[in-house]
Design a protein around this ligand. Structure first.
Ligand code: SAM
Length: 385
């Protein structure tokens, strides 16, 4: 809006006697305090889209960027998307990000915000990227490997071991290896752990990792088992999870006194085992059928709570996506299936037609109902003739 100025350059304010809107906003016929049922997801402070529409339309133009850095279930982002704005959202909760992602992927089924006569928005969300940038505090540990290892071993309730190259600690009769801070655990690393275990009569080992190279999964376990080592791949919880266990301590992460780590923190911080994902592929001419045949989570207290309701363990999949031509860098979400309130089950099978005969790497990303990711890459040889 252009500002009106007088001959001295001072802004001229116009007085309005008519009230356009009050401090209490009424959207539609009734004062809306809760989102309507078709928008509603179980998120405490979710705002009605009509309210967000008013805020976005009155403060921005089409193509502007709307940001909600505490995006919760993602209503602001969805409203911005439907109103032709670009958007950025962030949240420290994995669950919030998961709900937001599903809201955006399912946006075509939601209400249109510009045309009341239209029943549904009807368009897919424009492509968006999801970034995990939660572990920046770990910079503190760079160049301080001893401190990092000591902290992780304590958090995992294990004891340090000395005199080994790859075996950093032990937990009962299991050797413990702590994976690197800023890189995925690779197959070579697992191999070195297994060799050192064999040479020192350890027949059980836990490898802890922040991230995993895609081939480290069943393959790593198989390799270990061939060498007489019972291997577990253990997920290090995100710094945010560790921090949320610290609420109430008012202590700075990573400078926490040892007794707190030992007595308080380790009881709350969970180290889940990496999930087991089994995939089958069938190639017929140019078409690949990919099936999830098994998905198993390690037993935890949360899982025990819902276990009786789960008939098929694949029901624990909240969302899964496929990149049909994974090139080893960014994951391209080319197909996805996710649970929605009306149909709380994903499809277990997907098909894809390839244009060109060659070998492809397919990457599958599964997010379970607790918000943990499991990735797997499978190779297929496609011949169209
Ligand atoms: C009240 S909800 C916001 C919902 C959303 N903005 C809306 O208006 O519907 C607050 C969200 O902030 C997130 N949160 C809290 N502290 C945060 C932080 N330091 N960084 C990022 N997200 C945070 C919580 O996980 C929660 O999802």
């Amino acid at each position: 809006m252009d500002l009106v100025r007088d001959e001295n350059g001072k802004i001229v304010y116009k007085e309005f006697t008519e009230k356009y809107c009050d401090t209490v906003w009424q959207i539609g016929q009734t004062a809306v305090t809760r989102p309507q049922s078709d928008e509603f997801l179980p998120f405490d402070t979710q705002k009605p889209e009509g309210l967000l529409r008013r805020i976005i339309v009155s403060t921005s133009e089409s193509g502007d960027i709307i940001a909600d850095f505490f995006c919760g279930s993602g209503t602001t982002l969805a409203a911005a998307e439907k109103l032709g704005r670009r958007w950025i959202g962030s949240d420290l909760s994995k669950f919030a990000i998961q709900v937001t992602r599903k809201r955006l992927l399912d946006i075509h089924n939601s209400k249109d915000l510009l045309d009341e006569k239209k029943k549904k928005y009807g368009n897919p969300a424009r492509p968006f990227e999801l970034w995990n940038i939660g572990n920046y505090e770990t910079v503190y540990w760079q160049e301080k490997e001893d401190e990092y290892l000591a902290f992780m071993l304590k958090l995992y309730q294990s004891q340090p071991l000395t005199g080994f190259r790859y075996l950093h600690g032990r937990k009962g009769d299991r050797a413990v290896h702590v994976g690197p801070l800023n890189a995925p655990v690779t197959m070579e690393e697992v191999e070195k752990v297994v060799i050192e275990c064999r040479a020192n009569n350890f027949n059980k080992a836990d490898v802890l990792g922040w991230e995993w190279s895609y081939e480290v999964n069943e393959l790593a376990k198989e390799l270990a088992s061939k060498n007489g080592v019972d291997l577990r791949l253990i997920q290090i919880p995100s710094v945010n999870e560790i921090k949320s266990a610290l609420v109430g301590f008012d202590l700075k992460l990573l400078k926490i006194p040892e007794q707190v780590v030992e007595k308080e923190l380790s009881g709350y911080v969970k180290f889940p085992e990496v999930a087991y994902l089994e995939i089958e592929t069938e190639v017929k001419k140019g078409e690949v059928t990919l099936k999830i045949t098994d998905f198993q989570l390690s037993p935890t207290a949360e899982l025990a709570e819902i276990a009786s309701k789960v008939k098929d363990s694949r029901e624990l999949i909240d969302y899964w996506a496929i990149d049909w031509d994974y090139k080893g860098d960014t994951f391209h979400n080319q197909w996805q299936s996710f649970r929605v309130k009306k149909n709380p089950k994903v499809d277990y099978e997907a098909k894809h037609k390839y244009e060109e005969s060659r070998e492809y790497q397919i990457m599958v990303k599964v997010v379970d109902v607790f918000g943990n990711d499991t990735n797997k890459v499978v190779g297929v040889k496609v011949r169209r003739d």
